[in-house]
Design a protein around this ligand. Structure first.
Ligand code: ADP
Ligand code: MG
Length: 250
């Protein structure tokens, strides 16, 4: 990506510990608006922790993190910046985390009404449009338990989009899905990428990564070991750790 827009995420020398465990070690990362970044790495390497830092779900011990101009400080408590970031950054998790007692439409309209103060009729109209966009317009009045995993994950995506996020984070969004449902979720994400959404995606779907990513980042033991365009990283990895990892997963 060659643009001179200011980065939407700026992480500098970020360190994160869980007790004595040094989970993120000196992470420098800038993400440009419109960029699609895929993060890969072994289990336990710090991928989830890294993206959870970006929307303030995890605090960090030192370094700098700025998201869309909002500065998060180390060990930051509940600041104004944190609240702003949480409303501007959408997240989709491996477990869909839908509210089981709410219908699909209520899951999608809840935050826009409660957090954004949107009018109910307006929130419903937006929700219907988003559900149609992810291919489940006909499921609006069902409850999560009545849907397949792939449908639930697309509701989770519509719910995040309803907040008009500036940035979307995905943490292994297809890892909990039966194989036949992975494609429909990846299709919805592919569309979103095409429309220019800024996305950070942790995934083990290497074919998808190669296809949608502007940049792939390989994390090893809490450090960015290597990063580059997908063809560079997948076809000509430089780092021995990247080579070993790819040999196992490809
Ligand atoms: P990944 O997503 O790459 O599998 P994580 O970011 O979930 O890795 O975890 C990185 C390391 O931090 C692992 O060793 C994990 O056990 C540890 N970890 C993650 N969350 C916590 C937590 N809340 N408390 C203590 N250790 C944690
Ligand atoms: Mg993880």
């Amino acid at each position: 990506m060659t643009t001179n827009k200011p980065p939407i995420v700026r992480m500098q020398k970020l360190h994160k510990h869980f007790g004595s465990l040094h989970v993120l070690n000196d992470i420098d990362l800038e993400i440009t608006p419109g960029e699609v970044v895929v993060i890969i790495g072994a289990s336990g390497s710090g991928k989830s922790t890294l993206i959870r830092c970006i929307n303030g779900l995890e605090e960090f011990q030192s370094g700098l993190l700025e998201v869309d101009g909002n500065l998060l400080k180390p060990m930051g408590k509940s600041t104004k910046a944190l609240q702003t970031i949480r409303t501007e950054v959408g997240m989709v998790f491996q477990q869909f985390n839908l509210f089981p007692h709410l219908s699909v439409i209520d899951n999608v309209t809840l935050a826009p009404i409660k957090v954004r103060g949107q009018r109910r009729d307006q929130a419903i109209e937006t929700a219907k449009r988003l559900l149609a966009r992810v291919g489940i317009a006909d499921q609006a009045n069902k409850y999560p338990s009545q849907l397949s995993g792939g449908q639930q994950q697309r509701v989770a995506l519509a719910r995040a989009l309803a907040m008009e996020p500036r940035l979307m984070l995905f943490d292994e969004p297809t890892s909990a899905l039966d194989p036949e449902m992975i494609g429909e979720v990846l299709d919805a994400m592919r569309e979103l990428a095409k429309e220019g959404m800024t996305m950070v995606i942790v995934t083990h779907e290497m074919g998808f990564a190669r296809e949608v990513a502007d940049r792939v980042i390989f994390i090893h033991k809490g450090e960015i070991a290597e990063q580059g365009a997908p063809e560079q990283l997948f076809d000509a990895p430089q780092h021995e750790r990247t080579q070993a990892f790819l040999a196992r997963v490809l």
